[in-house]
Write a protein that binds this ligand. Structure first.
Ligand code: URA
Length: 201
């Protein structure tokens, strides 16, 4: 019991340190677009960590990841496998919003990704659900799966494995929920792929 409490405290403190660092980081080209940075939220002992690309306007206004239109799709997807949002940990590669919701630049990914790497090392998930091609590209390249990278249209729903400092992690590329906002067929694909996540738990 004591050990668990110590570990809870350690994870909380380590994540808080990341929060403080990001909040105090003002040298990013994205700083002018920041309302609030988005660090991540959810269970610090989650078996599943979901990684998106970057916050949008709604997220920046509230400080919560996936709380706009994509977030509503994500909630539906989690509900489709009866997985409460509070049980997973949700974050993004970029902690600040790119202007006009444009794609993250490679230089921005490089700038923000060390915080993501640390979040993964702290939470030690067993499964990473990679929401979209940027998250897939970053994680697969970083964790020695570069040779296996394919377009997201082929890779989605497949299960890869990577060796992290804390153990083996299953990696599942998924379409970004934004693709389903106006496309019911894509939502069906995402629902199928979320079943894969469920089976891995
Ligand atoms: N899209 C993302 O990739 N992340 C969010 O938090 C919101 C939208």
């Amino acid at each position: 019991m004591m050990v668990l409490m110590d570990e809870e405290k350690a994870r909380f403190e380590a994540l808080k340190k990341i929060r403080d660092e990001v909040v105090n980081f003002k040298d990013s080209p994205l700083t002018p677009f920041r309302i609030k940075p988005i660090i991540g939220e959810g269970n610090h002992f989650a078996s599943i960590m979901l990684i998106g690309e970057a916050p949008g306007k709604n997220e920046s206004e509230t400080g919560h990841p996936f709380c706009g239109a994509s977030g509503r799709i994500l909630d539906e997807l989690l509900a489709s496998i009866s997985l409460p949002r509070e049980e997973v940990y949700i974050t993004n590669i970029l902690k600040d919003r790119p202007p006009n919701n444009r794609d993250p630049l490679p230089s921005e990914i490089e700038m923000y990704a060390p915080w993501l790497d640390r979040q993964i090392e702290i939470i030690k998930p067993k499964i990473l659900g990679l929401l979209g091609r940027f998250s897939m590209g970053y994680i697969m390249e970083r964790y020695e799966l570069k040779n296996l990278i394919e377009p997201i249209s082929r890779a989605h729903g497949r299960v890869y494995e990577a060796d992290f400092k804390f153990g083996m992690v299953k990696i599942v590329p998924l379409y970004h929920p934004a693709v389903a906002v106006y496309n019911a067929n894509m939502k069906e694909e995402l629902i199928k792929d979320f079943k894969v996540l469920k089976e891995l738990i």
